[in-house]
Write a protein that binds this ligand. Sequence first.
Ligand SMILES: [Zn+2]
Length: 259
Amino acid sequence: MDAGLKGITGDLFGALTKPASVDAKPPLIVPAKQHPFVSMEPQPGSTKPRLLLPAAKPAAAQPSRSAAPTRKLPAYYHRLSLRAQRVYLAGDAIDHFPLTASPAAFAMVAALMRALDGGAPSIVQRASQSLLNEVCRLLRMRPVRIEVRSVRPHNSRGELHGLFYPRAPVRAAAASGRSSAAPPAGEPLIVLWMRTAQRHDVVKPRTFLRTLMHELGHYLDYALLKLDDSYHSTGFYQRESFLMRTLCPAESPRPDRSD
Ligand SMILES: [Zn+2]
């Protein structure tokens, strides 16, 4: 595994289980270390910086911390180094980001939903990038790049919905077939797939949006919260749900579609 892939986070959802309801904590993302496709987070003991971003952030961007309720810890927590455990607990204690949605952000969410209904990858990519740019602007962060690809990779255990690269490897950029639009290797990158593995249907728009917020959450863990690793802790899923509630607060249920 080359250095460029260290810290990569892949999000595999079970093949045989229906996706979680939109307001429930998604239970289907396997613990990172079990992911079959890629080297997974966390990388305990790694001292390499994940991102090269401005160290200073405005006071308004300081996250608030929850009241440290008792958490259920995953089995792998006890195998982490003490340093990694501290990182895990620090991330677990934060339940939201300092984000207030703008009218532009709501409009961009709506545009993304329409783009997914249309099914054109280039339009979905542009709509996704616009939304990420706006959310990052609101958080006073550097934008994170996204590549939207077609059919999800899969194996017998499920299909891959999204990936987050703290530092994009060269081949991830080249794999998109749009090298001119690819970020330079070393920059953070989100990759999302927009069609299901078996039937090649476009995924439900809200599922796509939640996966986008999930991968954005990994980026913000590193870039905004300055965590050394981005674990799938309870706090992580609370932050993901916060992003969904903030950006997509009252969407009426949509007709179900195979996903
Ligand atoms: Zn993840």
